[in-house]
Each structure stands twice: as structure tokens, then as C-alpha cells.
Design a protein around this ligand. Sequence first.
Ligand code: SF4
Length: 501
Amino acid sequence: MRGVSHNVDELDDTTIDEDVLQVRTVPRGLTARLRQWEIRTRPVDAESAAAAARRWAELPDHVKTDGQLIGRRSTGCEGTHGVFPACDFACKPCYHSKDANKVRVDGAHTLEQVTRQMAFLREHRGPAAFAQLIGGEVSLLAVEDHSAALEAMRAQGRSPMSMTHGDFDDDYLQRVVLRADGTRRFASVSFAAHIDSTMYGRRGSEKPNSEAELQEHRQRFTEMFARLRSAHGVRSYLAHNMTVTPENLHEVAEVIRASWRQGWRMFSFQPAAYVGSEARWRAGFRSMTDDDVWTQIELGAGRRLPYRVLQFGDTRCNRTSWGAFVADRYVPLLDEDDSADLAARDAYLRYLPGNYMTEPHISVKILRVARLLMRRPPLVLVAGGWLRRFARRAGGLRALRSGIRPVTFVMHSFMDATVVAPAWELLRRGEVATDATVLVAQERLQACTYAMAHPESGEIVPACVQHSLLDAHENRQLVELLPLPTRRSSTRAGSAPGVGS
Ligand code: SF4
């Protein structure tokens, strides 16, 4: 790990209260619980603020912009690795190494690794973050292992999102989310469904020829969660993931137009990169640019999408636009050409509670904001002004009454393994690249927003590094540790994990 260096410039008007560290040592009983509640609802969570400040100090200067979220209100997203590498689909490209499907899905291993990795991130990246439960295909886990993994992530303050191809049924979903007696194990869940025409193996569309062909599968997936809500009261946050290649680029806009009413809260697009299994690469991935992809996303949203007004790491890695569909119109939360919106953005980044975004309990969020507003009444005017401008852009109160669907658009552009390898090697040696392309990769790795933990080496690595450099070796070790059952042993055991090639 890098040395800890605190930069608290943006925290100067907030109070980092050392008391928060005492939360686990106060005596039990009502007084203790009130004390814990008081600490938890403070506008600024001290541990989160300190973790963010450490992350800010690590960032390269070029991403320390006015709109940067990393190092201020977030330490970035996180993901698991090596916890269930196998998948029963074949995607082109696939970011996992060619040995991934030779590793047995093993719940005990998954739980042990998820717990270790998340505990390490809890220690180094603070008490709250969004984290993906990602392999492999998460629905290959037995339901009790899937549930236990989510609980283990939550126990470390992570807000988990299960990453899936989405080809499972109500029964699987309900048994993950509900207890055997039908009561809720989770009040809300997050799933990211990767659904696109680069994937082979989906029941009903084994080899899709177009994105349009998959529209019914997108609908089917969101409907499962709608039923979960209506029958059991379990809320959900659903992200739609799509790999973009030169072949399906022209379908991006229509996927958005056809899908945004289905219940997705996020549309995330990944331009194809040369990373992972070489056997799954195709020529021409780099014949399209990030601008080409973003233009199609904007066409789908029906307007220009600002992505610098709030920035998540390096814009060469991530472009993100937060907003909502109001009636049929997409309205970004902030207008980057409106100085009043920029002032509201600055106030948000300066004053709003640390780890606000990842706090799972709405009551805690509300109390934090209420305490903040009591301390700083002028912020009520800032918030009121922003609300007025948003309503005006949306078409007024009548339009707002017709319905608001919050939707975030994301483009995450992985780098090619050939450039990640030298960039990471030089970074580990503390050297700056002289080659311009490698230097860009170094800058992006330093500003990475998608981290994976290696407790055994004490490192937190970018997902690009994981998939470009570490997965192959890791999976070779896992093949030894968790070999697939032979036909004879599976017959004896009475079951086989059934992982495809
Ligand atoms: S994983 Fe790679 S592309 Fe994604 S933010 Fe990190 S460095 Fe950038």
C-alpha cells in the first residue's frame, strides 16, 4: 500500500470527529445505542472522510478537477476477483482468462475470499463503498452461497452488486433474497445484468444476431425484480451492462430507447478492449473511439450528456452522467453551462456528508442531511435553487408529476493488456514512463475507480491490472486448488457444478 497522506483542503468546513472511532468501545445499553446513532447520523463520517482524503492525495494532478468525486465523496468502486471465476456463457470479448472455466465453483472458497478481500478494502478504503460481487457468473453460486457472500460484503460496509448474465429464474432470485420461511433476507438488492449480442449461451437466444433480439430478455429480467417488489417488498437497483463492438455500435441508441422504461437505474457501456482471454478477441475493436460510443449513448438519451460536471476518476476511463427521465425527456442533474448549477455542485462536494452515496439506510441519509442543514441553513437556499432549475429544465411541475425515472449513463473503457503491463510495471518501480501511450495508461491507473484487493500482497490493484496481468496466474493456481470434478467423483457425490466451457 502507498503511504498515507492526508489532504483535507475540501474538508475544511466539516468536522472530522475522532469520537467516531470510539463507536465500538462505548458501553452497551440505551445510552450506548443513542451515542452510536448520534455518531452515525453526523453530517460527516470521519472514517469515510479520512479514507477519501487519502485517496485524493494519491490522485494525479490532472484529475483533481472541480467536479472530481474520487477523494471527496467516494474512494471509488470495488470488485471481487478469483472468488468464482467460471461462467456458463461464452462472450467475445471475455475479460477473464482462458482457465477460468476449469475452476470449480465452491461456496466455501467464495465466502472465505469475499470476506478477506472486503475486510482488506474496509481497512484501506474506509467503511463504505459500492462493490461488485463479480466472477465469473454469480448465479452459478448456490443460493445460500450467493446470499452469504452478499451478507459478508455488507458486514464490511460494502453495498454489493451481483454481476450476472441475467439468465436465471424467479426461483433462484427469490431464494437468494428471501429466507426459507419467506421473510426478507434483504430489504433491497443490486444486480448488474450483462445482456448483449457479444454473448453466447442465453436460453432462448443462444447465438443472438442483434440487440433487438435480446429485448425480451431485458424485459424479462427487470420483470423478475418487479415481482419481487410487489410480492415481497424487496427494492432493487438494476444496472444494464453492454459491451460495445464495431458490430453492435449502431444499436446502442435503440437499446436505450427501447429499454429505459423497463426499470433500469443505470445503463453502462463498455467499449470492447483487448484484455482477458485472447481466444475471444476479434479484429477491429479499436476501430471505434470513445466519442463514437458516447455519441450513440447521447442519441439514445435524446440529448447531449454532460460528463465533466461530475467526474469519476479519469474521463478517459469513465464518462458518467446522472439524471432522470421526466415524462419522455432525459434531464441531467446538473447543467455544466449553468453557473448556479456549478455553485450547487461545489456546495455538494464541499458540504454533503462523506459516504452519503453509499449509505444504504434512507433514514440515516435524511438525518445526516437534516443535521447538516441545521448547521448550515444557507444550504437550504442552494438546494431549493437547484430544485427549481431542475424542475424548469424538466418542463415544470406538470411534467414532474407525470413521473420521474432516475437513470445514470456510464461508459467504462478498459485498456488493452499490452499497454497496462508496462504501465503497471513502471508504476510499481516508482518510475514514470517515457513512452506517451504508456504514460497515459499510468495516469489512468493512478486515477483508477475500480479496485480489487490482494490481502496476500498488501496491494489494491485496478481491475485493468487484474484482468490484464493477474487473472491468468491466479486462475492457474485455482485450477489446482479447485479442480472440476471428474465424471467418476461427480457420480459418487451425486451432483456436479455444471459449468460450461
Ligand atoms: S479499471 Fe482500468 S479503465 Fe477502469 S478505471 Fe481502472 S484503470 Fe481505468
